[in-house]
Design a protein around this ligand. Structure first.
Ligand SMILES: Cc1ncc(COP(=O)(O)O)c(C=O)c1O
Length: 379
């Protein structure tokens, strides 16, 4: 008699944590040094700096406070405007409000979903102090255009590279060039520390200032000298998190190679006529520069996302949506933003769906997802 095997649930993402990392974390727990700028944090910062061509790097406990800190380092505050994308995790815009500045949105490119450099030009005013572009799903923004604009208008750039570790722009690693660059190590990211992040800055002075912003503004001297001269937060990374980060960073190339192979398998599975047949849109097939943080499709308008998501869940396939348009959230509507202002972000925000993609998946998982998506969109 044959026993029917239950189909396992396939989540849209899952971290890869090996036994060696679990052992390393156990050793940190046994050591008693769990936080406060210990040896693991220092080693992680040093390896990250090597990864980003020797630029100064400081770790934090999220990829949100990294951006807030970057804006503070840039001197952005009340009366200033920061131009960003309306299609991102809300953290990207929230940090602008957090430092007392005003978020100004520029709509996204309909194909790559990154901020449209031409729309940035139109959004620049005498109050603009910085541009905060996001490398969505690890696909790099047009860095040439954005940095040319920043130079022309004397603006700082804070790159939200939360999703872009290991991505490149014209052969250069994101984070290894440019102005300040923020990464997240939240659990879904290509490398994770549970929660965490890092900020790449330009100079030793900026690195030192970022250290003060991350821990209550404190600076110390000698054995018992202490002063506070800026208002800082409680943003430091723990030794436990840094231990995971060290192990994950060493596996990043393997993780990203697996993500790339799975992404290619998705494209093969959907086939070149998928878009024409269904009206859905596949992501940009960038097999050179993107770290394939996520694989998303944009559903045709005839299909409501909630219905699609429910049908995928019925087939035991986890899906997500990254992201809803920020300016339509209540907090932002209260600041005067309205539907219709950024039509591309609104459509993408309503119809985008993230499909499963993580290193422990295999080709048969991808094939299962492709069959499910096709069956829903072609029925
Ligand atoms: C584009 C983007 N920006 C910022 C963040 C914030 O990072 P964190 O969750 O580490 O604060 C995330 C995390 O989801 C993100 O995806």
């Amino acid at each position: 008699m044959s026993k029917a095997t239950a189909v396992p649930f396939l989540p849209f993402t899952r971290p890869s944590i090996d036994e060696a990392t679990i052992e390393d974390v156990s050793n940190v727990l046994r050591s008693g040094w769990l936080t406060s700028n210990g040896p693991k944090v220092q080693a992680f910062e040093s390896e990250l700096s090597g990864f980003f061509s020797g630029r100064p790097v400081r770790t934090f406990n999220s990829g949100t406070c990294t951006m807030e800190t970057a804006l503070r380092i840039a001197g952005v505050g009340p009366g200033d405007e920061v131009i960003t994308t309306p299609n991102s995790w809300v953290a990207t815009a929230n940090v602008i409000i957090e430092v007392g500045a005003t978020p100004i949105f520029a709509d996204i490119d309909p194909r790559n979903h990154n901020i449209d450099a031409e729309k940035i030009v139109a959004a620049i005013t005498p109050r603009t102090r910085a541009i905060l572009p996001v490398h969505m799903c690890g696909l790099p923004c047009d860095m040439d255009k954005i940095y040319a604009l920043a130079t022309k208008h004397s603006l700082r750039v804070v790159e939200d590279a939360a999703q872009a570790i290991g991505s490149t722009w014209k052969g250069k690693r994101i984070g290894a060039f440019g102005d300040m660059v923020s990464f997240s190590f939240q659990v879904n990211k290509n490398i994770m520390t549970g929660e965490g992040g890092c900020l790449v800055v330009n100079t030793a002075e900026e690195a030192e200032l970022s250290e003060r912003y991350r821990l209550q503004g404190v600076s110390r001297s000698g054995l018992d000298g202490i002063d506070v001269d800026v208002l800082g937060g409680k943003y430091n990374m723990t030794e436990i998190a840094a231990t995971m980060g060290l192990a994950q960073l060493r596996q990043l190339a393997t993780f990203n190679a697996k993500r790339l192979a799975l992404a290619k398998h998705y494209f093969d599975g959907f086939g070149s006529d998928f878009e024409a047949r269904t009206g859905a849109e596949l992501p940009v097939a960038d097999f050179e520069q993107c770290n394939w943080h996520m694989f998303h499709i944009v559903l045709p308008d005839r299909v409501t996302r909630a219905t699609f998501m429910q049908r995928m869940l019925d087939l035991k396939i986890g899906v997500g949506f990254h992201y809803a348009a920020i300016h339509l959230f209540t907090l932002y509507r209260k600041r005067g933003f309205k539907r219709g202002m950024f039509p591309v972000a609104e459509r993408v925000g309503r119809q985008i769906v993230t499909l499963p993609l993580f290193p422990a998946m295999n080709n048969s998982d991808v094939e299962r997802v492709v069959v499910a998506v096709k069956s829903i969109l072609e029925s």
